[in-house]
Design a protein around this ligand. Structure first.
Ligand SMILES: C[S@@+](CC[C@H](N)C(=O)[O-])C[C@H]1O[C@@H](n2cnc3c(N)ncnc32)[C@H](O)[C@@H]1O
Length: 247
């Protein structure tokens, strides 16, 4: 059976269920770097909630949403920094691990099993009902069916004016070079964006968005065997404009 014929929920559940832990549990380095530099320059989300027309939750925290959160490393890092942080993922096992880790660290974060294909369809059909100061997607890439472009375009509709969209992607299969079957090796060749193709896929309206970062970053990756491999991250940060300048 080819990758795209496999059931995505079964594929990812098997991937997570087959090992104790798939990812490191730490925040992705590129996400931490761009949030620290561009989104949350003060070092604390709580310190900037009065800066602009930001929506807050009932206790005054800015809200973040991570798409394809896996075991929750990025969500928990944001929660530690004061965000009212949520993550969506298809795999119940990954979501359960993320919840357990939040509890173990004493963090309040929300994790919900969600099929982002349906979430994107609902967004386009009904419009976005939730609005976030920050929507993130780190390595939302899959060797099985995933309407990634639709999901990312839907994501743009969930960002409040003044808020940010951060997308981090593999620009190439990270571990294949070392002969490791990480699951990435079976992706279609066009699964790995360039900065230009990532931006084209997002189709951001320039009157509504300011592209802050759209670059290819080199990174040292480490395989499950502990071998160091070169990896390429495609890093895109866009800020939704408030529209104030044209009022
Ligand atoms: C390469 S992993 C990245 C996980 C995490 N963001 C990280 O950086 O460690 C891709 C994630 O997307 C999730 N995913 C794939 N297809 C999905 C879908 N249709 N709906 C929700 N999540 C999906 C998978 O379960 C997996 O956790």
């Amino acid at each position: 059976m080819s990758g795209h014929e496999q059931d995505p929920a079964a594929f990812w559940e098997q991937r997570y269920g087959g090992v104790e832990r798939v990812w490191s549990g730490s925040v992705n380095a590129a996400l931490a770097a761009v949030v620290t530099e561009h989104v949350d320059p003060s070092g604390s989300a709580l310190a900037c909630v009065d800066d602009g027309p930001r929506r807050r939750d009932a206790v005054g925290q800015p809200r973040s949403l991570d798409l394809g959160c896996g075991e929750g490393g990025d969500v928990l890092w944001l929660a530690e920094r004061g965000w009212d942080a949520s993550g969506l993922d298809l795999s119940p096992t990954a979501v359960a691990r993320a919840k357990d880790e939040a509890q173990a660290r004493g963090l309040r974060a929300h994790f919900i099993v969600t099929d982002l294909s349906e979430w994107a369809e609902q967004t386009f059909a009904a419009g976005a009902s939730d609005a976030y100061e920050l929507v993130t997607a780190s390595f939302l890439q899959s060797p099985v069916r995933l309407p990634r472009t639709d999901v990312l375009r839907a994501a743009t509709r969930h960002v409040v004016p003044g808020g940010y969209l951060v997308v981090i992607s593999h620009g190439a299969p990270p571990a294949a070079a070392a002969g490791e079957d990480s699951g990435h090796c079976h992706h279609a060749p066009d699964s790995f964006p360039t900065p230009a193709s990532e931006l084209a896929g997002l189709a951001l309206d320039p009157t509504d968005w300011d592209v802050v970062v759209n670059e290819s970053w080199a990174r040292d990756g480490v395989t499950s065997r502990g071998e160091r491999v070169a990896a390429t991250d495609i890093v895109t940060v866009a800020r939704r404009l408030t529209g104030e300048a044209s009022d």
